[in-house]
Each structure stands twice: as C-alpha cells, then as structure tokens.
Design a protein around this ligand. Structure first.
Ligand SMILES: [Fe+2]
Length: 293
C-alpha cells in the first residue's frame, strides 16, 4: 500500500477516539470482488455496481501512530479539509430514542413513525437546529434528507432517480467510491461547496469511508501519471482515473455508532457509506451547510 499523504484531516471527539478508525490497502475494480448478499425482510439480492465502479479492499487493520498523526487536525480546521466526528447531545439522543424508529422496514415506515408524533418531531427539528447553529460558521444550513439503506450493503451510494417508479432493490446499481458534486462545480471549486453532517439514527453501527485527499490533491497526483487534458479528466470522472492509477492508496473507515455524527466535505473527497455486517435498516439524517468548529 501507499503511505497516507497529509491531506484531509480529522477533528475527533468520539469517545472511542482512533479505535473507531481502520485503514486498508486501497481499492479494486468492482468485478474483482463479489458484493455480500442482502437478506432482509424477505428480500434477497446481491448488490451490483455501475460500470467503472471501484470498491474497497477488505484488509482492514487499526491505524499505526504515524497514520493517526497524519490524520489528526492540528491547528487550522475548515469546512472543506476537515472531517469532524462526535456524539450528538444527550438530550437530542433521548428525543430520537423516544420516537422509537427501531424496527422500521423501509422509508415509509420511518416517515410514519415521525409523522405519528408531530410534537416530538417538531421538538427534534428545533433541537437539531440549536445543536447545528453554533457549528454553522454563521452561514445558512438546511435539512437535506433522511437517508435509508438496506443492511449489509458494503457501499451504499446509488442514484435511484433514473430508475422507473416501482423499481426493485435488485435493479439498483451502486456507484462505489465517489465524490458527490459532479455538476455546478469543478475539481478546483469543489472546496467551495460546503459540507454535510450525517447523524446515524438507526439501531446499529454503520461506517463512513473516505480517501483523505482533496480533489486538487487527487488531480495533482494524477498529473504525475497521465496527461489530464488529453484524458479529459473532470469532476465527474476523476474518481475512476484516481482509483485506476492509485489502487494502492488506502481508504479510511470510521465506525459511526448510533447517535454519532460525521461532518465531511463530500464534494471534495472520495467516500461512501457502508452497512456491512448489520441486520436492520440504516437511517441517517443529513443537513448541508458550512460546518466547522
Ligand atoms: Fe456521497
């Protein structure tokens, strides 16, 4: 594997500290590794990937001291080059727990449970706003979505907007490690797109996976391998080129227990989520903003 470069760093307030993190030896083309099957509430399928998708190798190990030091955010922290990790406030945790989203089998059931307690849902929204306000860097933030994923999906990201209504989960093509913003920005402006906070409000741990390099670092590394103009490398295809030419660059995995959050510049780094090993529905609450603290 390659050594980690100093790049995107982590401001870590998790009680588990760096025990929540692991590192692997890089990525492989999706056809090299079979995805684990999904088996949930009568649904059985093996996730499939889009052409060009790269997935994570499975040789996870704890980080060594040098790797931890490389990732630690010392000094300046920003919304585009720092990942923030922590627990949500206790009061907010209690409120989520009292909504008992546990046991939901799909998105509709999660939404029904929220709709069934309008007062609590309103209090929840107010308390989330109060929690986020001090992190928002005096800039607006907004609710983006409640994210729902099946259990035991190694890499959860997919674009279902182009699937016909009534599509089946087995029709989904997962995208593999990716950067989010592929419109309205370039490799050189991806650092101006802000970041997101994602709170795990499901029953089980999930993981956030990322490569600790900004888009500008990734393109600069690619320039050492190929003529980027000739290959027309852009914000939409940079991931494919990067993983093709740097398969040995490690991926970092962060375990996100229930009611823990991550804040990450998901337009500015390659990343994905994972529910591998879980057996219940994955539920996250996501806000967009320019969070930093
Ligand atoms: Fe993403």
């Amino acid at each position: 594997m390659m050594q980690l470069k100093k790049g995107i760093t982590i401001h870590n307030k998790l009680p588990e500290r760096y025990d929540a993190l692991s590192i692997n030896s890089g990525t492989v083309y999706h056809t090299e590794q079979e995805a684990p099957p999904v088996n949930f509430q009568g649904l059985h399928y093996t996730p499939r990937y889009i052409d060009g998708a790269y997935v994570i190798k499975r040789d996870w190990r704890p980080l060594n001291g040098d790797e931890i030091r490389c990732l630690q955010a010392n000094g300046q922290r920003t919304d585009y080059s720092t990942i923030y990790l922590g627990d949500i406030p206790e009061q907010l945790k209690d409120l989520f727990q009292s909504l008992s989203l546990n046991g939901a089998g799909n998105r509709d059931e999660v939404m029904e449970k929220l709709a069934a307690s309008p007062e609590k849902t309103k209090a929840l929204s107010e308390q989330i706003n109060a929690f986020l306000q001090p992190l928002a860097n005096q800039q607006p933030f907004k609710f983006h979505c409640i994210g729902i994923n099946f259990p035991n999906i190694e890499l959860v990201a997919c674009n279902t907007t182009r699937l016909p209504a009534g599509y089946k989960p087995q029709d989904i093509r997962y995208m593999g490690m990716h950067n989010d913003g592929t419109r309205d920005m370039t490799i050189y402006t991806a650092n101006k797109a802000g970041n997101r906070i994602s709170i795990n409000i499901g029953e089980e741990s999930r993981s956030f996976l990322f490569v600790n390099l900004s888009m500008v670092q990734a393109i600069n590394m690619l320039k050492k391998k190929i003529d980027i103009a000739e290959h027309n490398v852009n914000i939409a295809n940079i991931g494919r080129f990067f993983f093709q030419y740097y398969p040995d660059y490690p991926v970092i995995k962060i375990r996100q227990k229930p009611y823990q959050y991550y804040i990450a510049p998901t337009d500015n780094c390659f990343h994905d989520g994972s529910t591998l090993g879980s057996s219940t529905l994955d539920v996250t609450m996501v806000y967009f903003g320019n969070f930093q603290y």
